[in-house]
Every structure is written in structure tokens, then in C-alpha cells.
Write a protein that binds this ligand. Structure first.
Ligand code: GFB
Length: 317
């Protein structure tokens, strides 16, 4: 573990996007830090509006910011709502990074995504492969916005000496995820589908695409732990990948989820749906060298996520 470069003790820390899966996990992680946590709902401040965002920052005066506010979604949501994904995310990050500079914020961590890397980057994907090849078409809009966010942090560090850092997580899952089948990522989607199939006694669950793409899945509380670690131990222009270093095929994932859910039926494949990039395994040597490693195995994380999902379903019933 490297020596801390920064401390959150006694500091005012804004978690932008506190209501989402990542934001909520950061809040859980900050409970062990001696800091004052700031949050603001989208009903109060629309972070796509520059004046609203800057006025709030001037009043709230955060010392540090976790920039986890974003419009996110799975492969179909990205492919069908390109304007939302590029506009919302560019507006939010531009307003918060520039507003943070204007308000004299001491440290900011911007959350990107592994989809910023080229569709066919060498695997595992090094941070250095950024902008070395064409993007995956289905999420190029979100990717361009997140690349711009990474570059915003780099530019404000270079021109103004701002201690703004960025992290690029792999595919995430966990409590608080979006289980709406039209907008969700693959883990919550397959969990909801197998849960329903088991409850209804259905014999089959439909998997989008061929089932052959490979994905790396990081449990969201591990990500939050990594983000707080980077806030305390990292201050440099280079972005940092955050992942587990292991990937599985979508078919293997479906089998794991069926085991966790207790679904004993089979799977069929809707090859009308896109596979997306064939593989997206991150090179995590940089964050390992900084002294951080993921701790939650996929089966353990899936079981914790399903327990949370069942509780939510029970409460909603
Ligand atoms: O998680 P996912 O939507 O996003 O899809 P990506 C991962 C893989 O799972 C794709 C397959 O090959 C999907 O075709 N899949 C199988 C399913 N069944 C389903 C299903 O029922 N629902 C969904 N959603 N997928 C995302 C980007 O790409 O990666 C985001 O679109 C973000 O912007 C995220 O960057 C990290 O991994 O393909």
C-alpha cells in the first residue's frame, strides 16, 4: 500500500450522482472516513445546467468531489439513445469540472468507463491504448463523452495545476443496479430474467447475442473502495483502470447467475440483439502497483446482488 497523498478527514466531500449504484456504494465507503459528505438531488440541481451547477458549488464549497453522476445504461440503451448519452454526459462533466476549478475544489475524481478503449484493443487493455483505434459502435457516444471527461481532468491539471484524476472501471454490478430490462446491463438483466423464469416455472431464458463475448465484472463496493483509495493515494495525469483482471463469457455468466438464482431451465440466444465488443478485459497492473486489488469474487458478488434484489422485490410487493 502506497503512502497517502491526501486526506479526507475533516473535509467536505461531494458525491455527485449519489443516488446511482456507484454513488450509493461511495456513500457506504465514506462512512468509514471522517469527512462531511455532501449530496444534492437532481430535483434540486440539474447538473446539465451550468449556472445551476456553478451556483450550487459556490454555496456548497466542497473540498473534494467524486464525479459519479452520469447517464448510463446497457448495450441497447446506448445504441438506441445516442443523443441522451453524449449530451447528458458531456454537459454534466463539463459543468462539474469547470465549476470545481472555479470554486477552488482541492481534489476531484472523474469516473469513466472501459468502453473508452478501442473495440479491438489488445487484451488485457492497457490505459495506453486510448485513442489508438475505432470505438465499439454501440456505445461510441458514451465513450466519446467519457474520453472528453478524462481529457477535461488532464487539461485542468495541465493549465491550472488542478488535482483532478480519472479512473476507468470495467463492467460493474451490485446492489442498487438498474434492473429495468430495456436499460440495464447484462448482470441485472439476466438476474431479473432467471428470477422471473424460476418464479413462473418457465423452461428457458433468452440471452441477447451469441453468448460468446467475454466481459470482466467488478462488484460495485470494490469499485467504491478503489475510488476512495485513489482519492487518497493517487495524483497524476494518467488515467487508472479498475477491474478484477479476470473475464468470463456471457454464457458462463448466465450459468453462474442461474446457479445463484436456482433456475434450472435452459438458455436460448436472440442473435438479433448486438454482441457489442468481443472482449473488454482491463490491464490492472497500474492500480495493483499503487497497492489496490479487487477482493470480491464473481460468484460471491452475484450472490450478494441477488440477496439485495430479492429484498427489493419483497419490499415492492
Ligand atoms: O452489459 P451490456 O449491456 O454492455 O452487455 P456492454 C454485455 C454483453 O451481454 C453483450 C450481452 O454482449 C450483450 O449482448 N447480453 C446478453 C445482454 N443478454 C443480455 C441482456 O438481457 N441485457 C443486456 N444488457 N446485455 C456496456 C456499455 O457495454 O459496458 C456501457 O454499453 C458501459 O456504456 C458498460 O460502458 C461498462 O459491456 O456490451
Amino acid at each position: 500500500m502506497s503512502e497517502p497523498l491526501y486526506s479526507l478527514a475533516g473535509r467536505r466531500v461531494w458525491v455527485a450522482g449519489h443516488g446511482g449504484m456507484v454513488g450509493a456504494a461511495i456513500l457506504r465507503c465514506l462512512e468509514r472516513e471522517d469527512c462531511e459528505v455532501l449530496t444534492v438531488g437532481r430535483q434540486t440541481v440539474d447538473l446539465r445546467r451550468q449556472a445551476e451547477t456553478e451556483d450550487w458549488l459556490a454555496e456548497a464549497r466542497p473540498d473534494a468531489i467524486f464525479l459519479a453522476a452520469a447517464t448510463v445504461g446497457g448495450i441497447l440503451a446506448n445504441d438506441s439513445r445516442p443523443a441522451d448519452f453524449i449530451y447528458d454526459n458531456l454537459a454534466i462533466e463539463t459543468n462539474i469540472v469547470h465549476g470545481a476549478h472555479k470554486a477552488g475544489v482541492g481534489k476531484l475524481l472523474f469516473l469513466g468507463s472501459s468502453c473508452i478503449y478501442p473495440r479491438l484493443a489488445d487484451q488485457p487493455i492497457s490505459e495506453d491504448s486510448l485513442l489508438t483505434g475505432p470505438l465499439e459502435p454501440t456505445n461510441q457516444w458514451y465513450a466519446i463523452a467519457k474520453i472528453a471527461g478524462l481529457k477535461l481532468c488532464e487539461a485542468y491539471r495541465r493549465q491550472h495545476g488542478a488535482d483532478f484524476i480519472s479512473a476507468m472501471p470495467t463492467n460493474l454490478y451490485g446492489p442498487g443496479d438498474n434492473f429495468d430490462l430495456a436499460a440495464s446491463h447484462v448482470v441485472p438483466a439476466l438476474m431479473a430474467k432467471t428470477h422471473r423464469a424460476k418464479a413462473e416455472g418457465a423452461g428457458e431464458v433468452v440471452i441477447w447475442g451469441s453468448g460468446t463475448p467475454r466481459r470482466e465484472f467488478l462488484y460495485v463496493d470494490d469499485l467504491a473502495d478503489a475510488l476512495v483509495y485513489l482519492m487518497l493515494h493517487y495524483s497524476a495525469v494518467e488515467t487508472v483502470n479498475v477491474g478484477t483482471g479476470e473475464d468470463v463469457t456471457i454464457r458462463d455468466l448466465a450459468e453462474l447467475i442461474a446457479g445463484v438464482v436456482g433456475f434450472e431451465g435452459g438458455f436460448s440466444y436472440d442473435t438479433e440483439k448486438p454482441d457489442g465488443t468481443p472482449r473488454k478485459l482491463l490491464d490492472v497492473a497500474r492500480i495493483h502497483a499503487l497497492g489496490w486489488r479487487a477482493r470480491t469474487g464473481l460468484r460471491e458478488g452475484l450472490a450478494a446482488t441477488y440477496a439485495w434484489y430479492r429484498d427489493q422485490m419483497a419490499e415492492a410487493a
